[in-house]
Design a protein around this ligand. Structure first.
Ligand SMILES: C[S@@+](CC[C@H](N)C(=O)[O-])C[C@H]1O[C@@H](n2cnc3c(N)ncnc32)[C@H](O)[C@@H]1O
Length: 209
């Protein structure tokens, strides 16, 4: 089944109210949002001066946590309005409006100590997630670096099905992570992965080549 693509203008329209929806939201899909981002920031394990790329940076909530640890930030997102919000919070960071699956501007064509992403990879099917991660490892991660992905994730298909059943007509199918199949795919690719289920519907993966 191919699921809906969400174009940049849908995220542009959400930018003004995004922070309110994540912070006041409880239950699916933003259950535990603050803890999820804190866990990701902790697992990114950055030191002052480290170069960090945030893919699908949105309004900059994850990037802000990393900047507070002294990281230098490169924030990429295809929504101009989301990036405008992030710019207000992160005046020192680098920004690019680009689809993360496309070619990036020259200033972003470099290697990073850590690459992070919050609530973005669930827009892509698993094969595409794996292909993107491979590209990040081959072209953008420094030796010894790490990729940290925080996203809507269920432990397995049964847990996702139970959530869908509970939500009924409010359930919106997307390519949410299923931790068991993702961990199998990472292992097949030869990568090391650490997985932390932070809330019933969100987890953080730390992946290294
Ligand atoms: C749900 S928001 C998450 C924002 C932020 N990372 C957070 O954790 O709150 C998803 C973000 O990913 C961006 N996005 C979705 N698909 C994208 C793509 N293919 N390329 C670049 N950005 C994308 C959207 O514009 C949006 O800002």
């Amino acid at each position: 089944m191919t699921l809906n693509e969400f174009p940049p203008d849908e995220f542009d329209a959400w930018a003004e109210s995004y922070d309110e929806s994540v912070r006041t939201g409880c239950g699916f899909p933003f259950d535990g949002y603050e803890d999820v981002l804190q866990t990701a920031a902790c697992l990114a394990d950055v030191a002052p001066g480290d170069a960090v790329l945030d893919l699908g940076a949105g309004t900059g909530n994850l990037a802000v946590l990393l900047a507070a640890q002294g990281a230098r930030l490169w924030c990429l997102d295809f929504s101009a309005e989301m990036l405008a919000k992030a710019r207000e919070k992160l005046p020192e960071a680098n920004f690019a409006r680009s689809d993360l699956r496309a070619g990036w501007p020259p200033a972003f064509q470099r290697r990073y100590t850590a690459i992070v992403s919050g609530y973005t990879f669930h827009h892509f099917p698993l094969e595409e997630k794996v292909a993107q991660i491979r590209r990040l490892f081959e072209q953008h991660l420094q030796p010894g670096g790490r990729l940290v992905i925080a996203d809507i994730t269920f432990p397995d298909a049964a847990a996702q099905e139970a959530c869908a059943h509970q939500l009924g007509s409010e359930w919106e199918p997307e390519y949410y992570w299923l931790a068991d199949e993702a961990l199998r795919a990472f292992k097949e690719a030869g990568w090391q992965a650490e997985y932390t289920q932070v809330s019933p519907c969100a987890a953080v993966f730390k992946i290294t080549p």
